[in-house]
Structure formats: C-alpha cells, structure tokens
Design a protein around this ligand. Structure first.
Ligand SMILES: CC(C)(COP(=O)(O)OP(=O)(O)OC[C@H]1O[C@@H](n2cnc3c(N)ncnc32)[C@H](O)[C@@H]1OP(=O)(O)O)[C@@H](O)C(=O)NCCC(=O)NCCS
Length: 219
C-alpha cells in the first residue's frame, strides 16, 4: 500500500501485523533495552520491513539503531524512514543520489483528539483543513495534516539534525492525494543546504492514513 504513494526510486516494505520471523541485530537489542512486548514487536517488525526495503536497493541487512533524537542511522549513502501504528508497520529507503530526504508516517484514519488540531495547525492550515472537510467530509483532514507533519519532520530532521516544530512548516494537502510542504524555519548552516520544500502524497485505505514527504536531490 505504501508503495502506491512513493516515488519509483524509493523501495519499501510493510506489514499489517507483527512478524514472527523478524529478528534484531545484537546492537539493536541493546539499543532497544528493556521495553514492553508491544514496543519490542513494532521495533522488530519495522526493522524487518526496513531490511526488505534495503534488500531491494541491493544492500545487505544492517543494524538500524537510533542516532540523534531518535532518528535511525541508515547505511552510508541511504536515506530512509520508518513508521508504526496499530495494525501497521512500514519502512521506505532510497539511495541518497536519488532522493535527498524521505519521511513516511502512518496513522489511524480517525479524527484527532479534541484540542490537537489547534496545537499543530498554523492559522492558514486550519482554514484550509476546514475548507477541505466541507468539500470532502469522508477524509479526516485534521489527521492527515498531523500525519503529513510527522512525515515532513522525519524527512527534515536527518537532513539537518535540527528540531522543527509544528509551526515550522506550512503543509497543503490536496484532494488528489498530493501534498506540498514549505519549511518556514530558517535552515541551519551546513555544507549542503537543507531542503526547504517537500512534495508528498497521501492515501486513506482500510482505516489507515499514510503520508510521505520527499525532497528530490536537486532541491
Ligand atoms: C519523532 C516523531 C516524528 C515520530 O512519529 P510518530 O508518529 O510518533 O511515530 P511513528 O511510529 O510513525 O515513527 C516512529 C519512528 O520514527 C523514527 N524517528 C524517530 N525520531 C526521528 C527523528 N528525529 N527523525 C527521523 N525519524 C525519526 C524512528 O524510526 C521511529 O521508530 P523506531 O523508534 O522504531 O526506530 C514524533 O514523535 C515527533 O517527535 N514529532 C514532533 C515533531 C514534528 O512532528 N514536527 C512537525 C514538523 S512540521
């Protein structure tokens, strides 16, 4: 399902439950530490997905432990992203030469809890969400905005190692399944300029909402 919203250069794998065959590298087990069964299962299954996606890029299985602020450390020359929510796990990977930054997110397709939209949406985003909800009420646009923001953060952070708050990017989802994001926060100084624009796509199916955010290498 996630492959339907990702560019051709991106490989992906997903699972709609936990996979009994999934395994962890010793360094992943150490990094995970003592956690409950649910967290162990999602962590293990999503890495199983990630190794399948890396395999499609022609890369051998590699340990995927968290680096700065929880961002996974991918093999050299690779960008990637992982997501898990109830009943769904997915990972996406690409060669950095093809995709500069990549984020994916999955959420249950349900309205956000009261008060959350006001917290995450810029005024212009809230107005657009209200307009879209009137026009296409079968989509939970508030949750879609949240999902897209998470995807943008997961693409932005590994490229910059810098925090991006919910007011740090303006996101415009469209009814045709596309989205556009523009980062408002100043990009940190770094040898390779940070991406400021992301394009993405979104999908609602079987009670799930998926979104991706991508920055092409030329941006
Ligand atoms: C980090 C965050 C994006 C995770 O999203 P989530 O919907 O809670 O959880 P998901 O299951 O979809 O994703 C979790 C995975 O994200 C990845 N992740 C965590 N921190 C990350 C970071 N700083 N950068 C990139 N990826 C990160 C990890 O792979 C993690 O899975 P793992 O712990 O098993 O390795 C979220 O908790 C967060 O901090 N959001 C605030 C920042 C934000 O969204 N800003 C909006 C900018 S417009």
């Amino acid at each position: 399902m996630i492959d339907e919203i990702l560019p051709a250069a991106v490989t992906s794998a997903e699972s709609f439950g936990d996979e009994p065959d999934a395994w962890l590298f010793p360094e992943e087990r150490t990094a995970l530490g003592a956690v409950g069964e649910a967290r162990r299962s999602e962590y293990t299954t999503v890495r199983h997905c990630a190794r399948r996606a890396l395999g499609e890029l022609g890369l051998a299985p590699a340990p995927l432990v968290a680096g700065v602020r929880g961002a996974p450390r991918w093999p050299e020359g690779v960008v990637g992203s992982m997501t898990h929510c109830a009943g769904y796990r997915a990972a996406a990977t690409a060669h950095r030469s093809d995709v500069r930054a990549l984020g994916i997110d999955a959420e249950p397709h349900a309205p956000l809890p009261d008060g959350v939209l006001e917290y995450i949406a810029l005024p212009q985003e809230a107005a657009e969400i209200a307009r879209l909800a009137r026009r296409t009420p079968q989509v939970h646009w508030d949750r879609l905005l949240f999902c897209a923001k998470e995807a943008v953060y997961k693409a932005w952070f590994p490229a910059t190692h810098s925090w991006l708050g919910f007011d740090g990017a303006v996101i415009v989802p469209a009814p045709d399944g596309t989205l556009h994001a523009r980062v408002l926060s100043p990009a940190p100084e770094q040898p390779v300029p940070a991406p400021q624009e992301f394009v993405g796509r979104w999908l609602v199916r079987d009670g799930l909402l998926l979104a991706c955010a991508v920055s092409p290498p030329s941006d």
